[in-house]
Design a protein around this ligand. Structure first.
Ligand code: FES
Ligand code: FES
Length: 172
């Protein structure tokens, strides 16, 4: 069965007819030509398909497109400012060598933006010691919160440094 859905993708409203079994990842990549979110595992295990869905990070390979009719999707390609300048998280990945092959990078960048927003909003994580205090942007918190994003090249040290740099610059 097909359904018409409308998504706002990186600020642009797009309408597409999809089979109701189509994932959001396939709708973006195969139907709308938005290739920023990468298909790694297609099973919710690698994080390379992460986008910001209505402002929260989300795995698009585990989301059905029809369930998100009307949603706002921001990919790593849509994070740049209106002047075309890089988002602070994107700049930090460059500054800190947070990538090697770059395949996982769009998902890492979207996840990092989500992480910084979650910390800013005071969301606790599994490694937050003091549940009464606001969480801090420590290496341990970054590692835990980014643990759903795998990088096969092992650029993790640069990624942790990039998330911290962007957080210290107030990127949330
Ligand atoms: S492709 Fe979605 S988590 Fe791997
Ligand atoms: S930079 Fe190569 S998989 Fe992440």
């Amino acid at each position: 069965m097909d359904a018409d859905i409308t998504l706002t993708v990186d600020g642009q409203e797009r309408t597409v007819t999809v089979d109701t079994r189509t994932t959001l990842l396939d709708a973006l990549r195969e139907r709308l030509g938005v290739n920023n979110p990468k298909k790694g595992c297609d099973h919710g295990q690698c994080g390379s398909c992460t986008v910001l869905l209505d402002g929260r990070r989300h795995l698009t390979c585990l989301a059905l497109a029809v369930a998100h009719d009307g949603a706002e999707v921001t990919t790593a390609g849509g994070l740049a400012g209106s002047d075309g300048g890089l988002h602070p998280v994107q700049q930090a990945f460059l500054d800190q060598d947070g990538y090697q092959c770059g395949y996982c990078t769009p998902g890492q960048v979207c996840s990092a933006v989500g992480v910084l927003d979650e910390i800013e909003q005071g969301h606790r994580s599994h490694v937050t010691d003091d549940l009464e205090a606001d969480p801090e942007l420590t290496d341990e918190e970054v590692r835990e919160r980014m643990s759903g994003n795998l990088c096969r090249c092992g650029a993790y040290a640069g990624i942790v440094a990039a998330v911290k740099q962007a957080g210290q610059a107030g990127a949330a």
